[in-house]
Design a binder for this molecule. Sequence first.
Ligand code: FNR
Length: 331
Amino acid sequence: MAKPVCINDFEELAKKTLQKYAYDFYASGADDELTLKENCQAYKSMPICMAPVGVQAMANTMAERASAQAAQEAETCMVLSCFSSATIEDVAIAAPNVLRWLQMYMFTDPELTKSLIKRAEDNGYKAIVFTADAIIHGRRRRDLKNQSLLVPHLRFGNVVAPKASREDYALYVKSLIEQAINWKSFLWLKSVTKLPVLIKGILTAEDAISAVQHGVDGIIVSNHGGRQLDGVPATLDALPEVVKAVEGKVAVFVDGGIRHGTDVFKALALGARAVFIGRPVLWGLAYQGKQGVSDVLDILKEEFKIAMILAGCGRLSDIRPSLIAKETSYY
Ligand code: FNR
């Protein structure tokens, strides 16, 4: 019998070795055992979620299926990119119990947009995340030098693309995304789904207020991990004005640059409901597939827990702005 390494291992072993009545006597709670479950659940609030990141097959052949399984195990939320390597359906099968949201662009073909949303609804995805800051790609010099922009063999799971040369393929992908988006596009998107719709890519109070006025269900303060418009503010700097403008009417999340548990703490202190991580998932995937992503999440969670304890916070709601300070002299 393998040596137990956590409390759940001990419980599993006790369940196997004890008489059933003895195990049940120890393990049971009152009535529907709601309080019993909630006692444990309360410690599991996991404010570190997974941002949508396309074509994960370059990092690991299991791609988004592995990330989703790690998210499921960590009991957190995963946003699947509409340009994922794995399909909407495959991810749902690989991790049936993970909280899944689908990230969408507005496609030039409204039927394609509708069909992806329908597939998400049919496969238990719980929200749509509309990315508003990537109607064209930023000019990424490293990709240009590597000539790796949209490598043709990296097919998308959800969108069937024609076989084409590298240049034609890049043009095809470009032609998929609608560039003339505005608030009408957002209202149309809302009208074709019953799922909540969040907007990702908000950086100003002005846009946050418009988003709330147009019925957004949540805001992700994001600059696409610095991949789009160079020179925009860091998301942590943009977060407070968005939180203030929204006046608690919808949840505000943030992504970009989160690499330590203390980063999570700072974002929550400035009013984010939770954070999303992008590249750290890719690094974990590249290291060891699902296990690597689990390790990344475990480390961030552990570091975050330590930050909470050392800052004297027993609950997420104890994390408040007065607990952080910002050095502004470098401006
Ligand atoms: C992204 N991001 C992204 N966002 C989105 O809405 N749809 C997408 O398909 C992708 N694809 C994508 C690919 C890669 C390689 C990266 C690095 C990022 C942006 C992502 O959701 C998130 O905003 C950032 O990655 C957050 O920053 P960090 O955590 O990577 O610093």
